[in-house]
Design a protein around this ligand. Sequence first.
Ligand SMILES: [Zn+2]
Length: 338
Amino acid sequence: MWQVVGHERAVSLLDHSLKSEKLPHAYLFVGPKHVGKMTLALNLAQALNCDGEEKPCGQCRQCLRIATGRHADVHAIAVNDRTEIGIDHIREMQHEASLKPFEGRNRVFIIDGAEHLSHEASNCLLKTLEEPPPNVNIILLTVNERLLLPTVLSRCQRLELRPLSTSVVEQALIHRWGVPQERARVLARLCSGCLGWAVAAATDEGLLSKRGERLATLTHLATVGRGERFTYAAELARQFSSNRESVQEVLSLWLGWWRDLMLTKGGSGDFITNVDREEVLHSEAKKYSLTQIKGFIQSLQQAKEQLEHNANPRLVLEVLMLALPRGKEAKETTPSKI
Ligand SMILES: [Zn+2]
């Protein structure tokens, strides 16, 4: 049984290819962080080596060893955000790939964060993608396929993993991870469809407090002048050069917050994401006009996109800081013209 939660389309495509023995040698799983790419890749590695009837069975020795990361034929290559996946990683993989499977039937290489492949490493990987040795499967995982070489992309079967629905996440948290109902309700809304984050946040209080700090910074910035805003933009830009993803996370969090402000303002508070901060949202929504809220949502979307396209981070973030509307005091209830 496939362990991954949701992603029915991807699972059914993989299942079909496995059963018809027409599985491509290389896959590219595209989707946001924590959406389930690695879980699905490990499930596929299990299916390729499983001894059970219904593959992956999740119970046989092969499946269990893969699930616990001890299988000699299943390798995950991952680097942190600050490092590239260099040519040495790929050469080592190629050497391993040239050997016969040791304990299973197929060697599987999972390259997590394929957007971090260096140019040299990508070119080196191409050789394996063009002429893969028998019984070797390569699965690339990425949050941003635009950063991969087109020649690499064209040699992989692409599968997109979209964020899961809130109800799917909520049910999985309750039934599979035993998270109490109320906590599951909040986490399912906060995770933006990325179950992995919700599961981690269920046990790690640090993740939620980090979110609280980031939202507090945002609220504070709306009350200060250009000088302080630019200092913050410079700080974020520095962070971006070493850890792009964390800056994108901050912007996504802000986007979620401003969408909630729009929903609250428009009287559709039932659909908000930040369900644990309803009261704050209500008081904050009073400080802005709908036009201001919409305008800043647009600026956030633009900034996220420009950063993905490698625009100058400091410039993008400074422009964003200028676009952040200054909130009126909560007691002022009459909207003024913009
Ligand atoms: Zn099995």
